[in-house]
Design a protein around this ligand. Structure first.
Ligand code: AMP
Ligand code: ZN
Length: 142
């Protein structure tokens, strides 16, 4: 059993609400979402941080991030905006050392601050949120 929680999600030995998958990249809901729909994109192949991540995989993460961002806007989650974020290194609040891209839906006036969000982060129906995003990603892009 791997000690890396995101490797365990990638190999299916740990549960997650999967919203996106291609050959190299996996996307799943953050277990403590800043907002419902908050998605994490990871390379399936372990890379602890940006220094270990190949530029090719970094590019693929960003491309997947664009798809998730479009789905967050177009689906019933109806994001008005999206934050794409990488925390790289402990000093930058990286807590899981398998590099990942946060895709966070934003709404006008949501007054989100990450510090306050840390206290209140939850989604009462993650299966439903994941289903919304999966359906949007499978459907027509426009
Ligand atoms: P970071 O601080 O950038 O390293 O973010 C790590 C993120 O991973 C946090 O937002 C956590 O809520 C999230 N997380 C940790 N464990 C899991 C898990 N098992 N499934 C989904 N998300 C997780
Ligand atoms: Zn890993």
């Amino acid at each position: 059993m791997t000690e890396c929680i995101f490797c365990a999600i990638a190999d299916g030995s740990s549960p997650a609400h999967i919203v996106y998958e291609d050959t190299d990249i996996l996307g799943f809901l953050d277990i403590r979402p800043v907002r419902p729909g908050h998605t994490l994109l990871i390379p399936k192949k372990h890379a602890a941080d940006l220094a270990e991540l190949s530029p090719e995989l970094g590019g693929k993460l960003f491309v997947a991030g664009q798809s998730i961002a479009a789905a967050l806007r177009a689906s019933s989650i109806a994001a008005d905006g999206v934050n794409l974020l990488v925390n790289d290194g402990r000093a930058a609040f990286q807590s899981v050392f398998h590099s990942h891209l946060h895709v966070v839906p934003r709404h006008h006036g949501d007054k989100l601050t990450l510090a306050r969000g840390l206290l209140t982060r939850r989604d009462n129906d993650m299966p439903a949120t994941a289903a919304i995003l999966r359906a949007q990603l499978e459907g027509p892009r426009r």
